[in-house]
Ligand binder design. Structure first.
Ligand code: LLP
Length: 429
């Protein structure tokens, strides 16, 4: 379910005509819907709270999916926490109004200075991924005279997800400490001055559209909680990660959506029943994925003997998912196609000088002309947050819509900014 729909022949984000945003902000541009973000957050939070065995469930939005300030402030205002993976994310979460006691710091390679910053801020939890990190965290926090609450991220050897590059839970993946090591590390940590172990975390992958792999991994975790407690360790928290997937192929009359959330929450409730723990969740894509689109304008048509190329003003530097993960994004023309209009098979490509800069091949769309607007749907997660300036293109702007209002929450980068960050070496200055 999302709030992008046709009205009077034009595609709207909530009550704002996308043609207006294209004219006033220019293209390419990301457009996010506040109502969609709010709906998904509320649905997910209510479902997991109801399922949690102690009624205690904390939702930490994985801000790597979309770190736009407007999006973050929307979620902070709803009471969400933030799952962060770098000092930059911790800083941005704080700037957006997430209180430190609702911030989790995850990630496979945290540096000493990053850990120091996070501990100084008094964040809720560090998710420790290696023995070296355990030692480092204890030393850093000890020097600050603090004892940082932390959990071990465990690799359950159950991976899942929409693509090999986004599977994280297999023992072949770089993430987390192995199951067999947790007990020894817990014992070591008990004697360390700078950490207080509070429990366990896991995250098995991203764009997971079933509950079976979660169930298998969570079942292993619940057993581990039992055995650690039997050894006398304190396990109050179980962070069950993120990764729940969303439909990228969406019929225009799409109106359902919570089914997978409900099935997931029901499974969580069953697997953790009777367990005295507080649950944590780190959803990213599920909250923002279909709350955003990338709006782009057709620049040129390039008819060739075997193909019809549609060259648009967005490129792989603005939305890298198709090039990187062979990801599928629906394309909706902003002008509503007439029923039964003839369709053309297009290869939709961007201006970047490599063939990988292809959004889709042979996609059937109504006939389009230069200056027409189209929208890449379901681009709210891992769209702008993965954008770059490749080919010295300006970082793409972002707009947040709320009802009939919209705000530019990140303006298009200027050429002064783009050129001004480089420095010539002194011998060539
Ligand atoms: N927690 C941890 C520890 C993670 O590594 C991730 C995502 C999440 C939570 C949130 O996962 P989500 O709920 O958004 O699936 N760039 C890729 C996705 C990479 C996901 C990385 N980790 C894509 O565009 O599909």
């Amino acid at each position: 379910m999302h709030h992008f729909s046709y009205r009077d022949g034009s595609l709207f984000a909530e009550d704002v005509d996308l043609r207006r945003i294209a004219d006033e902000v220019g293209t390419p541009v990301y457009v996010y819907s506040s109502a969609t973000i709010e709906r998904h957050y509320r649905l997910f939070e209510a479902a997991v709270k109801a399922a949690a065995p102690t009624g205690k469930a904390h939702v930490f939005y994985a801000m790597k999916a979309n770190g736009n300030l407007g999006v973050l402030k929307t979620l902070a205002a709803l009471g969400a926490g933030a799952d962060t993976v770098s000092e930059g994310e911790v800083r941005k979460a704080l700037a957006a109004g997430f209180p430190p006691e609702r911030i989790v710091f995850s990630g496979v390679g945290k540096s000493e200075s990053e850990l120091r910053y996070a501990v100084e801020q008094g964040i809720y939890q560090v998710n420790i991924e290696t023995e070296g990190e355990l030692d480092l965290l204890s030393r850093v926090a000890g020097l600050l005279g603090k004892r940082q609450e932390a959990v071990f991220r465990v690799n359950p050897d159950i991976g899942a997800g929409g693509h090999a590059k986004i599977t994280t839970g297999s023992s072949e993946n770089k993430f987390g400490v192995s199951f067999e090591e947790v007990s020894r590390l817990y014992t070591r940590a008990a004697n360390m001055p700078g950490v207080r172990m509070m429990g366990l975390a896991l995250h098995i992958g991203s764009q997971i559209r079933e509950t079976e792999s979660y169930e298998a991994a969570y079942t292993k975790m619940v057993a581990l909680v039992g055995s650690l407690r039997a050894e006398g360790h304190r396990v109050d928290r179980l962070d069950l990660g993120g990764g729940l997937g969303i439909p990228y192929e969406i019929p225009k009359d799409f109106s359902h959506g919570p089914d997978l959330i409900e099935a997931y929450a029901e499974m969580v409730g069953l697997v953790t029943r009777g367990l005295d723990v507080e649950l944590g969740f780190e959803p990213g894509r599920l909250i923002v994925g279909n709350a955003g689109i990338l709006l782009t304008r057709v620049l040129h048509l390039n008819p060739r003997p075997t193909k019809q190329f549609l060259v648009v003003d967005a490129a792989m530097n603005d939305l890298v998912r198709p090039a990187m993960y062979e990801a599928y994004h629906e394309i909706w023309p902003v002008s509503e196609p007439e029923a039964g209009a003839a369709e053309v098979a297009y290869d939709v490509v961007g201006p970047i000088c490599e063939s990988g800069d292809t959004f889709t091949a042979g996609r059937l769309l109504p006939a389009l002309r230069p200056d027409d607007l189209i929208a890449f749907m379901t681009a709210g997660a891992y769209g702008a947050s993965m954008s770059s300036t490749y080919n010295q293109r300006l970082l793409v702007p972002e707009v947040l819509v709320k009802g009939a209002e919209y705000a530019v929450t990140r303006p298009r980068q200027s050429y002064e900014d783009l050129l001004g960050t480089d420095r010539a070496p002194p011998w060539l200055a």
